[in-house]
Design a protein around this ligand. Structure first.
Ligand SMILES: [Zn+2]
Ligand SMILES: [Zn+2]
Ligand SMILES: [Zn+2]
Ligand SMILES: [Zn+2]
Length: 302
């Protein structure tokens, strides 16, 4: 029996929350008692900045009417004539820190979705995405024959960029379209948001196919939103001695499948793919690269 200000030991061990549940847990330095609850956040907007919609994380600021904005958004006030850019109320002193909300968002913690794979982390809601991207516990696998490398998404990215000599290209910035020379076999693209894509070029008798899979750990796959890729190919020339134009354009845009490649390179031919006639790809007879224009679309950007 706990006495004299000691904490009840039962209260210090938060139970694992159910899927989607949020456990309130002691934050180091906060000094308060932990409390394990399975919570549902009925209105997730309450945890997001009203201006940019990103999860609120310290430092958090509020106007005189109590509207809360994140730190980068509060900085924009400096160009807004001293008015709250949510409700328009004039604020002589600008936005003020909201320490209560900071304590709250740091206290709302949920188990990492990789808990089943041994991750004991309980990141705060605002750090959840960041943790999942960096979490060392889930694994995805190198598709190289007899390679056997497995690791986090970040480790696999580094491995693929250096270990096998496969074509590797990084999206310059979000929603940019960029060219890449694809070879037969494996080609890799990393999006500006650090997702890793395998573009597999397979040669057939009269045509070749480009299929795509996004390599992500299994736990993260469950949380993924729709992701689309657009592949475009253009080829044209004027035949010598005349102005007759030959032109061949192909474009395919489709949702991308996810895999951690733990089952090896499963057959992605059932998925959508870009199909190109061999005779319309420059240098088809000498096994040259083909230049493809790539665009990546995330659901939140559409
Ligand atoms: Zn904001
Ligand atoms: Zn306001
Ligand atoms: Zn984790
Ligand atoms: Zn490998």
């Amino acid at each position: 029996m706990a006495t004299g200000g000691e904490r009840d030991p039962k209260r210090q061990k938060p139970s694992a929350p159910v899927d989607g549940g949020v456990a309130a847990k002691e934050v180091s330095g906060s000094g308060g008692p932990a409390m394990a609850l399975n919570l549902t956040v009925a209105n997730a907007d309450a945890l997001h900045c009203v201006v940019c919609s990103l999860p609120l994380k310290p430092p958090i600021f509020q106007c005189d009417e109590g509207y809360m904005v994140c730190s980068p958004c509060s900085d924009k006030l400096k160009g807004a004539g001293g008015k709250c850019h949510v409700c328009g109320v004039a604020m002589a002193g600008g936005y003020r820190r909201c320490h209560g909300m900071e304590r709250l968002v740091d206290s709302l913690r949920a188990a990492c979705p990789n808990a089943a794979y041994g991750c004991a982390a309980t990141p705060p809601y605002h750090g959840r995405e960041e943790h999942i991207r960096a979490c060392p516990h889930p694994q995805c696998y190198c598709p190289g024959e007899a390679c056997g490398f497995a690791g986090s998404t970040a480790a696999l990215r580094d491995h693929i960029a250096s270990a096998h000599g496969w074509p590797y290209r990084r999206e310059p910035w979000s929603r940019s379209s960029f060219n890449m020379n694809l070879r037969d076999g494996f080609n890799f693209v990393v999006s500006a948001k650090d997702d890793l894509f395998l573009l597999n070029v397979t040669r057939h008798a009269f045509f070749r196919t480009v299929s795509v899979v996004c390599i992500r750990p299994r736990a993260a796959v469950a949380e993924q939103k729709i992701l689309e890729l657009q592949l475009s190919f253009e080829y044209g020339y004027y035949s010598s001695g005349s102005n007759a134009l030959f032109k061949y354009d192909q474009k395919a845009r489709f949702p991308v499948a996810y895999s951690d490649l733990s089952d090896g390179l499963t057959d992605f031919n059932d998925n959508h793919q870009l199909i190109l006639l061999n005779k319309c790809v420059r240098g088809h007879e000498v096994d040259k690269d083909m230049e493809i224009l790539i665009e990546i679309f995330y659901e939140e950007d559409l």
